[in-house]
Design a binder for this molecule. Structure first.
Ligand code: TGC
Ligand code: FAD
Length: 388
């Protein structure tokens, strides 16, 4: 019999192909060598390094599940493992990757005209261009259909007015995917470029969470968008189809952050002695570690399974809601327990768990809060709509 591996208790590695294991090892090595050394200072100072996007491009993280434009078309599990590896360092660094992939490259590939794809995909995949996705508004968060951003068609241009808020990378984005409603009509998507007249992107100050990632607003005052930049999809299903991609990455990534907390808590409690023995030799600490290992194993098993469904194009949005919600809630619990197990040191950034813990508060909220995903599942289970 193989021996028990505390890092992979139910041998989930056996569910991965050799290629997938290599992708994971290489993403872990990248995170350890390039991201870990700078994450604490970046979080303290809210330092956002655009160079990281170029390094993601070089690593092949951007546009990696796509096949056009010379992109590698890796499996959904491989893409999930990249999210797991990067978020094991910091949720903000994973946000950077998943917004660019799920919320920018995906809608351009699915809904943009060829000339727009030709113009933007190569730069977005190399990380030379940075994109963002504007759906949320000051008065429309969980209920994006209540958006107030409006567009009218004037000649061969679309004129956009309104504001978006809480937008990852808005202040540094070159390419902005924005969703707007026609007066009395449907939701449409547009690609805006930095430099369009009437477009400003102020930064949101004062975040105590996700500080390695810059968040801002998108203000639009009569922004004229050319016909070519109008996306070919109508209705809320346009932005929601993109959210399926990003929520999927989060389901993997949040568990990666929690896995780091589990490892740190195990190592710390093996070293730290109180009452004449290692903390890890007490029943309460062992129970917490057993709970963490179990939730991580069950959570990863679920995301691998849903990834395989996605690879076969069989996945349903409700299944993605289930893994996004489960991963975030379980990751938050693991991070909070790990923080507790480190005692006073648990609140010091050098030990990383407090940073993961405050980051996971955001991860649990964005891309649909845990309760909104419960309502999506509740509707699917009962057939009754409880939102409105
Ligand atoms: P509802 O009636 O359910 O649906 C309207 C239309 O949309 C379609 N649809 C979907 N299509 C594909 N995938 C999905 N997941 C879909 N969900 C809905 C649906 O089929 C329907 O299409 P059609 O053709 O019949 O018209 O809409 P509703 O108004 O009742 O709202 C449903 C609700 C509450 C579930 C939805 O609005 C929701 O999920 N709210 C949460 C909002 C959210 O997740 N916002 C995320 C903003 S982006 C972000 O946070 C990025 S963080 C980035 C980072 O990582 O840094
Ligand atoms: P609200 O919708 O006001 O919700 C507040 C509370 O009410 C929550 O607990 C919620 O669960 C609860 N609630 C809402 N409706 C119901 C109901 N019917 N029944 C019971 N409870 C309910 N958005 C983008 O478009 N693009 C981005 O790139 C992006 N990046 C983000 C980055 C960060 C750092 C953060 C914090 C947010 C980001 N968001 C982004 C926005 C994010 O998607 C929203 O914050 C999220 O969807 C919740 O919306 P809200 O903040 O308006 O909260």
């Amino acid at each position: 019999f193989a021996t028990f591996n505390w890092e992979d208790p139910i041998n989930l590695t056996s569910l991965l192909s050799e290629d997938e294991q290599l992708v994971y090892q290489s993403a872990i090595a990248f995170g350890q060598s390039k991201l870990l050394p700078k994450v604490t200072k970046a979080f303290q100072g809210e330092l956002v390094d655009k160079q990281i996007m170029k390094e993601y491009g070089e690593q092949g993280f951007l546009g990696c599940t796509q096949t056009d434009y010379g992109l590698p078309g890796v499996s959904q599990v491989s893409y999930g493992l990249m999210n797991r590896a990067i978020e094991s360092i910091d949720s903000g660094y994973r946000s950077a990757m998943s917004v660019q992939n799920g919320l920018v490259i995906y809608p351009i590939m699915e809904y943009a005209k060829k000339e727009v794809k030709d113009k933007f995909i190569p730069g977005l995949a190399s990380g030379d261009l940075i994109g963002c996705f504007g759906l949320t508004e000051p008065d429309a968060g969980s209920d994006p259909s209540g958006m107030k951003t409006r567009f009218v068609k004037k000649g061969d241009k679309y004129i956009l007015n309104g504001s978006k808020t809480w937008i990852t990378h808005a202040p540094i984005a070159d390419v902005l995917i924005v969703w707007a409603r026609e007066e009395g009509g449907d939701i449409h998507g547009f690609l805006l470029e930095r430099g369009f007249e009437g477009l400003t992107t102020p930064k949101i100050e004062g975040k105590i969470s996700l500080r390695t990632s810059v968040t801002g607003m998108i203000m639009m005052d009569n922004v004229a968008v050319p016909e070519s930049h109008h996306l070919q999809v109508t209705g809320l299903k346009g932005p929601m189809s993109c959210l399926n991609q990003a929520r999927f990455g989060i389901a993997w990534g949040a568990l990666g952050a929690a896995e780091s907390c589990y490892k740190i808590a195990r190592n710390y409690t093996l070293d730290r002695k109180q009452f004449g023995k290692p903390l890890a030799q007490t029943q309460l600490i062992q129970k917490k570690l057993a709970d963490m290992a179990t939730e991580l194993s069950l959570g990863f098993n679920a995301v691998i399974h849903v990834s395989r469904l996605k690879e076969k194009k069989l996945v349903l949005p409700e299944q993605i809601s289930m893994i996004k919600r489960n991963s975030c809630l379980k990751a938050l619990q693991i991070a909070r327990d790990a923080r507790d197990m480190l005692g006073g040191n648990g609140i010091v950034d050098e030990y990383h768990v407090i940073r993961h813990m405050v980051n996971l508060e955001t991860v649990n909220t964005y891309e649909g809060t845990a309760d909104v995903h419960a309502l999506i599942l509740g509707r699917a289970i009962t057939g009754l709509q409880a939102f409105k």
